[in-house]
Structure formats: structure tokens, C-alpha cells
Design a protein around this ligand. Structure first.
Ligand SMILES: [Fe+2]
Length: 232
């Protein structure tokens, strides 16, 4: 004879959707919605730059990625983007570079939109302690991060990633690569230093854009990414 509690527990288990259905991803990649309005990051990042960056540049990476995979590796269209990027060796060599650039572009931009917010706030708690332990202070971290970002020749990204010797470290990657694609840990913060990310407002002054970027860093999202990195 089941007790009322056992019956409730049994019905709760039965009510769960099957994992196969829950994990099924529709074929193909789509442009995610921005988590805020195009003008939300004004005056630091202007609405026109955000609109073009999201609807033209990010959309182009998604469209190109889908096109390359449809013709050359259609089974990858149902996989999460992380799995596509972790298995580039399985993509036909002729289009591997294109999948790398456009797939990396899709992952990087999706990540980037989520580490920015209108009222960025400041790092606190475990994250602030990790920044202090790794760089000496928040200001010294900003200098290290911006040095990596300004020093990236041509187009690319700067990242804050979990470190080996210290809790956090700064790195940068060219083009649309990211630290995981080089076999490293997932970043907890990143900034796009392609000219398309800042040229309309800041022209060639990448350092000015980086200074402004720190006003719109979503530190709660960065803290969440940091907490996740400690669990994996
Ligand atoms: Fe970009």
C-alpha cells in the first residue's frame, strides 16, 4: 500500500517529459533575441552599432553556418553549437575553416550579448575575491584585460577565463576563435574587438570603446558564469 507521499512522488516522476523530447533541438541555428533593447547600452555602445552588429553581423554568421552545414555535415545542424565547435575535425576539410569562423562567431556573439546590461553594476562576493586574488584589484584586472584587448592585432576577442595557477586569467584569440576552441576552459567574460563592434562611434579608438565597455558589463552574468565554471 503506497502512502500519500509516495503516491505524490510517483506521479511527479511520471509527469516529467522524456529526456529525448526535452533535449531535441530543431535542425539549424537561429539568431537569439538580444536580452535588452538596441538602445539599452547607450551612450556607451550606440543603438546603430548594436542593431547592425546583431541583425547583420551575427545574423550572417548564423546564415553562413547553416548553409555550410546543410550542404556538408547536415547531422551537425541538430547539435548544440558547442558540440559543433568541439568536433571541427569531423567537418569536411574544404569547409572546416568556414564552420570554425561562422560557428565561433555565433557562439561568441551569443555569449557577448549576455555579458552586457544597461546597469552593469560591480563584481561582488566570490567573483570579486577571485579578481583581487588573481590581479591585485579590480582596476588592475581592467588594465590587464584592456591590454590584451588593445594588443590583439587585427580582429578578435579578449577573454576572462578560469586559470590554472590563479583563479582567473586574461587571454585573447584571433578572428572568431574562443578559448574552448583551443582546448581551454569556457570564458566568464569576453569583449569583441572587431572594428564592427565600435567603429561607428569610436572610429579607430579601440581603447575608448573598451573604457566604455566596462560601464555595461553585466557582472551578475559574469558571476553566474564563474559559479558554473567551478562546478564543471
Ligand atoms: Fe562582432
Amino acid at each position: 500500500m503506497l502512502t500519500r507521499r509516495q503516491m505524490l512522488q510517483a506521479s511527479a516522476v511520471l509527469a516529467l517529459p522524456s529526456l529525448a523530447t526535452a533535449q531535441e533541438k530543431p535542425a539549424g541555428f537561429t539568431l537569439p533575441k538580444l536580452p535588452y533593447a538596441y538602445d539599452a547600452l547607450e551612450p556607451h555602445i550606440d543603438a546603430e552599432t548594436m542593431t547592425i552588429h546583431h541583425t547583420k553581423h551575427h545574423q550572417a554568421y548564423v546564415t553562413n553556418l547553416n548553409g555550410l552545414l546543410e550542404k556538408n555535415a547536415p547531422e551537425m545542424l541538430k547539435k548544440p553549437i558547442e558540440e559543433v565547435l568541439a568536433n571541427l575535425k569531423n567537418i569536411p576539410e574544404m569547409v572546416r575553416g568556414g564552420v570554425r569562423n561562422n560557428g565561433g562567431g555565433h557562439w561568441n556573439h551569443t555569449f557577448f550579448w549576455n555579458v552586457m546590461a544597461k546597469a552593469g553594476g560591480t563584481p561582488k562576493g566570490d567573483l570579486l575575491k577571485a579578481i583581487d586574488d588573481s590581479f591585485g584589484s579590480l582596476d588592475k584586472f581592467k588594465v590587464a584585460f584592456n591590454t590584451a584587448a588593445v594588443g590583439r592585432f587585427g580582429s578578435g576577442w579578449a577573454w576572462l577565463v578560469p586559470g590554472k595557477d590563479k583563479p582567473l586569467t586574461v587571454t585573447s584569440t584571433p578572428n572568431q576563435d574562443n578559448p574552448q576552441m583551443a582546448g581551454g576552459a569556457a570564458p566568464i567574460l569576453g569583449v569583441d574587438v572587431w572594428e564592427h563592434a565600435y567603429y561607428l562611434k569610436y572610429r579607430n579608438l579601440r581603447a575608448k570603446y573598451l573604457e566604455a565597455f566596462f560601464n555595461v558589463v553585466n557582472w551578475d552574468a559574469v558571476a553566474e558564469n564563474f559559479a558554473k565554471s567551478k562546478k564543471s
